[in-house]
Design a protein around this ligand. Structure first.
Ligand code: 5GP
Ligand code: ZN
Length: 114
């Protein structure tokens, strides 16, 4: 999609510190990390919000979660634990309208989130 920053990262049109990529998803480090490891996992296909998911997207979301699990294992904090988050729209705190799974690890997380 034109003018979507995450589509441009997925296409390699703007740089990102990529940590994982396959045919369906890309993962890269967040510009403003909130934990020692803060990675965003996105589908290559543009999906604006979780509200826009269709049955065709279920496999993409499964791949996003699978990639996060693999990245956590590779980073060495899978057993210690980590947080995954998907924000939706204004009250969820979504600021980039191409769905993304935040993977946060390397420190203990608080609950509830703010
Ligand atoms: P949201 O608030 O939508 O859940 O998360 C968007 C995230 O994308 C934020 O954590 C923000 O720091 C990150 N972000 C925004 N623009 C860029 C960018 O151009 N590159 C990278 N690597 N991260 C970005
Ligand atoms: Zn996009």
């Amino acid at each position: 999609m034109e003018d979507c920053i995450f589509c441009k990262i997925a296409a390699g049109e703007i740089p990102a510190d990529k940590v994982y990529e396959d045919d369906h998803v890309v993962a890269f480090r967040d510009l403003n990390p909130q934990a020692p490891t803060h990675v965003l996992v996105i589908p290559k296909r543009h999906i604006a919000t979780l509200n826009d998911l269709t049955a065709d997207d279920e496999a993409e979301v499964g791949r996003m979660v699978g990639a996060a699990s693999t990245i956590a294992a590779d980073a060495g904090f899978a057993e210690a634990g980590y947080r995954t988050v998907m924000n939706c729209n204004a009250d969820g705190g979504q600021t980039v309208f191409h769905i993304h799974l935040h993977l946060l690890g390397g420190r203990a997380m608080a609950w509830p989130p703010g």
